[in-house]
Write a protein that binds this ligand. Structure first.
Ligand SMILES: Cc1cc2nc3c(=O)[nH]c(=O)nc-3n(C[C@H](O)[C@H](O)[C@H](O)COP(=O)(O)OP(=O)(O)OC[C@H]3O[C@@H](n4cnc5c(N)ncnc54)[C@H](O)[C@@H]3O)c2cc1C
Length: 386
């Protein structure tokens, strides 16, 4: 029950197998407990680093594996089938901070941050959202003021994935002045490390799902950031963030497809085991139709994602594709996990079977890196922009 748009290359099959085996051996036995305890397992970071999975799309020159986007997404789906919390840590790290450093970082920043991140010695996070700036991220308020060879940052960043364990945070802050607001062009990106004076993790969220992924608020109080921690050009930070989210959304789509595939497999297996009215429930057409719809949606979402990934690797403009892939995959994950619980009946509603966790984990894929409403706005806007 796994299809690809084109036959996988030998390298892709090898990476897929490595990811599958790692997920089965190092994650599957503990996932349920980590979810119950809201536990982020720190030893996963160096282990994934050893496999090269924290630098999948980083060129070998910067200590990465130099893989294409499709291969990265195939591996990510394998991890997400087993644990969506581990998958989001991988997705954020590989799609956002490392790609931003690769694209806009100086050689010194690449040496100091990108290389250790690609080796899995430093974990990367992305800090765009704020308590009052979610979908309207350009309205963010964290202020950076230049002071000699430093910037001084004050403000609060919200919903930062992997935040308690992050080593490098790519954070967006305003560099325009309150008397001369420049909207999205008044935002810059800074490379933040937790050792900076004034940096604090101020709150850990108590979430419905993805409980093994720590999501936090960060507080910056007169945080002095050396000027060589500015990424790229002053005033371009919001553009960098939006361009990076085109990558990020492909990762979230792969995560959503992994969750959906897992729910489909669980439901198909349960239907072949559970008997009612003297028959296996898979004999009932009502159950068959549910499984057929679930399988069809998973295959369509995966096909659109793989098409989008190959378009990206050909260098095509892919804002619309990545929004479509994320929208379809996340709504597929929600549909498939809902149907899976229905197929399990009451047993789907309790923690005895993993479909309950898959359902809770699926929901957030319709929310983060742009809600489904925002994806639809992006897709419709792109229809008229070219
Ligand atoms: C578990 C988790 C992890 C996250 N990780 C990160 C992270 O690592 N880094 C980071 O920067 N952010 C992260 N986020 C933040 C996430 O990207 C935001 O939650 C998301 O962008 C939505 O913002 P909001 O929650 O403020 O909702 P709001 O923007 O307040 O939206 C509320 C509702 O209004 C709708 N809405 C808003 N504007 C419009 C509009 N113009 N038209 C129609 N409907 C609209 C939305 O679709 C939604 O249904 C994370 C969030 C969660 C829950």
């Amino acid at each position: 029950m796994s299809w690809a748009l084109t036959p996988l290359t030998e390298e892709q099959r090898e990476i897929q197998k490595t990811a599958r085996e790692f997920a089965q051996q190092e994650i599957a036995p503990y996932s349920e407990q980590w979810d119950r305890d809201s536990h982020f397992e720190p030893s996963l970071v160096p282990k994934l680093g050893e496999l090269g999975f924290l630098g999948m799309m980083i060129p070998e020159k910067y200590d990465g594996l130099g893989l294409d986007t499709l291969t990265y997404l195939i591996a990510l789906e394998e991890i997400a089938r087993v644990d969506a919390s581990v998958a989001v840590m991988l997705s954020v790290h590989n799609s956002l901070p490392t790609q931003m450093l690769l694209k806009w970082g100086s050689e010194d920043q690449k040496e100091r941050f990108l290389k250790p991140m690609a080796r899995g010695e430093m974990l990367g996070c992305f800090a765009l959202s704020e308590p009052e700036a979610g979908s309207d991220a350009a309205s963010l308020r964290t202020q950076a003021v230049r002071d000699g060879d430093h910037w001084v940052l004050n403000g609060t960043k919200a919903w930062v994935t992997s935040g308690t364990k992050g080593d490098v945070f790519l954070a967006m802050a305003r560099t325009d002045s309150p008397s001369d607001r420049r909207g999205a062009r008044g935002i810059s990106t800074f490379i933040i490390t937790p050792d900076l004076p004034g940096f604090a993790v101020s709150k850990k969220e108590d979430k419905m799902g993805l409980r093994a992924s720590p999501t936090v608020q960060l507080h910056f109080a007169d945080m002095r950031v050396p000027s060589n921690r500015l990424l790229g050009t002053v005033g371009c930070g919001f553009i960098y963030a939006m361009q990076s989210l085109d990558n990020g959304r492909l990762g979230i789509a792969a995560q959503a497809i992994g969750i959906a595939e897992a729910a489909l497999r669980q439901a198909a297996a349960y239907a072949a085991d559970r008997k009612q009215f003297g028959k296996l429930i898979k004999e009932f057409q009502a159950i068959q139709f549910k499984l057929a719809d679930m399988a069809t949606r998973v295959a369509s979402a995966r096909a659109l994602l793989h098409m989008s990934a190959t378009a990206k690797d050909r260098g095509e403009h892919m804002t619309q594709f990545s929004a479509m892939a994320k929208l379809l995959a996340s709504e597929t994950a929600m549909f498939v996990t809902t149907q899976a619980i229905q197929i399990f009946g009451g047993y789907g509603y309790v923690k005895e079977y993993p479909v309950e966790r898959l359902f809770r984990d699926a929901k957030v894929t319709e929310i983060y890196e742009g809600t489904s409403e925002i994806q639809r706005i992006v897709i419709a806007r792109e229809l008229y922009s070219r």
